[in-house]
Ligand binder design. Structure first.
Ligand SMILES: C[S@@+](CC[C@H](N)C(=O)[O-])C[C@H]1O[C@@H](n2cnc3c(N)ncnc32)[C@H](O)[C@@H]1O
Length: 256
């Protein structure tokens, strides 16, 4: 029996364990080489790029803003000795044992003095922010001069994200259940800062410089298959400059 089918048997009915192998197997043959290209780019941004961004911050105070249950910075093997996690949910942070310090709070009113941190990492949180001006202003305030920021978020133009802008969490969960779509937990997502123009505009007005934008995407839902195929077609379309806004992931780096 293959390891894939063994691990499948261990799971409760309807559950799907996401591994690179079973993601690959779920992709129709015609898309496989394209999927490998997407997955490699994803690995590059999540590992190599992240390690380069964190280079030199090993002994500096770095904030993981909206760290949740698991710090994606730690998952990315960046040896940050002074990583502080902040999240409004203490129960989630308790599970996050990769952080040296945990602080309960919100990005709109950061409980830190001016010029404290050398780096801020913020992954998958900006889609939940209702007052972006306040948040980027707070980032600027708590950063030391020359301090760096990395923001990873979802693009609002991605059609698989777009409905989130209008549907309540309850409606979204109901719709996902009806369409048999399984994905990770949901938080309210007003998407106020999730286009390149808005992200750059808010960061520039807060006083940041050296603002760079990156886009990439890899499907995040593998069942049902029709949904996966739609995502792959969308990623393909988004390879063209005209439709690049459709790319799933939007990332900004900048400096104070
Ligand atoms: C999708 S999770 C991402 C968690 C983690 N950053 C990661 O990449 O795995 C979104 C997180 O943002 C947090 N969050 C939502 N609104 C926030 C706010 N206004 N201030 C701080 N954190 C917030 C949530 O509590 C949640 O932990």
């Amino acid at each position: 029996m293959s390891s894939a089918s063994q691990s499948k048997q261990e799971l409760p009915k309807g559950a799907f364990r996401i591994t690179r192998e079973n993601q690959y197997n779920a992709v129709p043959k015609i898309f496989r080489s394209y999927w490998i290209k997407l997955a490699e780019k994803n690995t590059y941004y999540n590992k190599t790029f992240m390690a380069e961004w964190a280079d030199g911050l090993e002994n500096e105070l770095v904030l993981d803003a909206g760290c949740g249950q698991s710090s994606s910075l730690s998952r990315r093997n960046t040896p940050l000795l002074y990583l502080v996690g902040l999240d409004p949910l203490p129960e989630d942070m308790k599970i996050n044992n990769e952080l040296r310090w945990r602080v309960q709070g919100v990005l709109e009113a950061l409980p830190f003095a001016d010029n404290t941190f050398s780096g801020i990492h913020c992954d998958s949180v900006f889609e939940h922010i209702s007052d972006p001006k306040l948040v980027v202003g707070e980032f600027h305030r708590i950063l030391k001069p020359g301090g760096r920021v990395i923001i990873n978020t979802n693009s609002v133009f991605n059609p698989f994200m777009f409905p989130n802008k209008f549907l309540s969490v309850k409606r979204r969960e109901w719709l996902k259940e009806k369409l048999h779509i399984t994905s990770e937990g949901t938080y309210p997502a007003p998407y106020r800062i999730n286009t390149k123009r808005k992200l750059v505009g808010f960061l520039r007005r807060a006083g940041f410089s050296d603002i760079r934008i990156y886009r990439w995407g890899v499907p995040n839902v593998y069942h049902p298959r029709w949904f996966l195929v739609l995502q792959l077609l969308m990623e393909l379309l988004a390879e063209t400059p005209l439709f690049c806004g459709l790319k799933h992931r939007l990332m900004a780096t900048c400096r104070k």
